[in-house]
Design a protein around this ligand. Sequence first.
Ligand SMILES: Nc1ncnc2c1ncn2[C@@H]1O[C@H](COP(=O)(O)OP(=O)(O)OP(=O)(O)O)[C@@H](O)[C@H]1O
Ligand SMILES: [Mg+2]
Length: 247
Amino acid sequence: MSFVKLENVGKTYGSINVLKDLNLRVDKHEVVCLIGPSGCGKSTMLRCINGLESIQAGSIFVGDLEVSSPIVDINAVRRRVGMVFQHFNLFPHMTAIENVMVAQLRVLGRDKRAARDMAFELLSRVGLSKKIDKYPEALSGGEQQRVAIARTLAMSPQALLLDEITSALDPELVGEVLEIVRELANEGMTMLLATHEMSFAREVATRVCFVAEGGIYEEGPAEKILSNPDRPKTQAFLRRLVESHRL
Ligand SMILES: Nc1ncnc2c1ncn2[C@@H]1O[C@H](COP(=O)(O)OP(=O)(O)OP(=O)(O)O)[C@@H](O)[C@H]1O
Ligand SMILES: [Mg+2]
């Protein structure tokens, strides 16, 4: 049974038709990578799934919750699917551990001690047990992104939406963040991620979806899509990646 399901989704911004009759399913424990040129709609898709954007046609489900229903409990959706963004947006006036605690206190109503224990466990897991009392400005970009991942995991989500989470990082910091995603994948976390890191997509994805023309233009195993795609726009995209030495 699919955990995330988009059926015939249409999304417009004014007169721009970004998503057109989009269909996508993500099963439990799948790691699905969305790839495609800038502006093709990857972020829009992810934002629609956790209700940051409304849609004009079709339906979106997360488990048995219909995100696209006007009466959905959107906070329930967001507890179920956590999202991590390119720009980490940590609270600058809070330490790392406070950043990981705050939504646990305010959204989940956990008591302070439980929230702190959970935050410490998650920060340790992302390799930051020695930095829990640092403020974001004293952390590297990679460390800040790891705090942001811990913050999302603190909601105990059943799936993660990751939007270009390494794009804002210096190249030498990308690896430490991808390592966390790799571990989550190994533990069976369901993930849908937009990425420009093709080697990473090749390594972790159970399926790669090339996005074009407002929908999933071509999909399949990473090896197939990234080496030998069938359709012209996917082929052209790969050619450009090869020419710019990004594949
Ligand atoms: N809030 C908005 N208002 C109007 N147009 C928008 C808005 N957000 C996105 N768009 C447009 O929708 C299209 C898809 O944008 P989206 O951010 O989903 O692309 P993307 O695939 O994530 O690109 P990138 O790889 O650069 O992140 C683009 O044409 C973009 O200009
Ligand atoms: Mg994007």
